[in-house]
Design a binder for this molecule. Structure first.
Ligand code: CA
Length: 219
């Protein structure tokens, strides 16, 4: 799960990102509303944690713009505005959940897990492309009906490709699903994962689009 944290309080953001990563989430952080909207349009996260008090825009306006762009990405709103009014307007503007500051980090993680489970339940859990199938709830891959063991990052690359079959996934898109921003990525890490996936699913399954990225297609 890739989470975009929109929070201008640096020390809170740093602590939250660290906690989210230790829970296995990929956490990226922006401090302003415009940066959040840009990121959501070019590299959509699985969930957004949105502070309402941002320096450049009201968080509720950020939320309205996310929704009016047609995105249904789950948004959990954080705010010091603890009044009932703020809560209602947050939910009216399209928030999925609401956590008043100050909060305990385990409480935030628990709320995100609830959203994560809801997401998994609404997404069709089985995706098939040719001989390759994925059960995204069990996080299990199959080749010609037989289960295949995958390392965590191999699974993430494969899932991203089969969810977008017929479309090209750029190197940047794939790497952003594997690593948080600023995390050290060796230049050939993606190639290594693709190499392992080709060994497991046949050399023709993942096609290289030279200079761009990779794709899979239904035969
Ligand atoms: Ca703030």
């Amino acid at each position: 799960m890739q989470i975009l944290l929109v929070e201008d309080d640096r020390s809170l953001a740093t602590g939250l990102c660290k906690a989210l990563r230790s829970e296995g989430f990929i956490a990226n952080h922006v401090a302003e509303g415009k940066a959040a909207l840009h990121t959501i349009s070019v590299d959509p996260p699985d969930m957004v944690v949105l502070d309402l008090g941002l320096p450049d825009m009201d968080g509720l306006d950020v939320l309205r713009k996310i929704r009016s762009s047609g995105s249904s990405v789950p948004v959990l709103v954080l705010t010091a505005r603890s009044s009932i009014d703020a809560r209602v307007s947050g939910l009216d503007a399209g928030a999925d959940d609401y956590l008043p500051k100050p909060f305990e980090i385990p409480e935030l993680i628990a709320r995100l897990r609830v959203i994560e489970r809801r997401l998994s339940a609404t997404i069709d859990s089985r995706i098939e492309v040719g001989d390759v199938a994925l059960d995204t709830i069990a996080r299990q891959a199959f080749y010609k009906g037989e289960p295949v063991e995958l390392a965590r990052r191999e699974y993430t690359v494969l899932k991203s490709l089969v969810e977008n079959s017929g479309k090209v996934q750029t190197r940047d898109q794939l790497e952003s699903r594997l690593y948080a921003w600023g995390e050290e990525v060796s230049s050939n890490a993606l190639e290594v994962h693709v190499h392992h996936l080709r060994k497991k699913f046949g050399s023709d399954f993942i096609k290289t689009v030279r200079g761009v990225g990779y794709t899979v297609r239904k035969p």
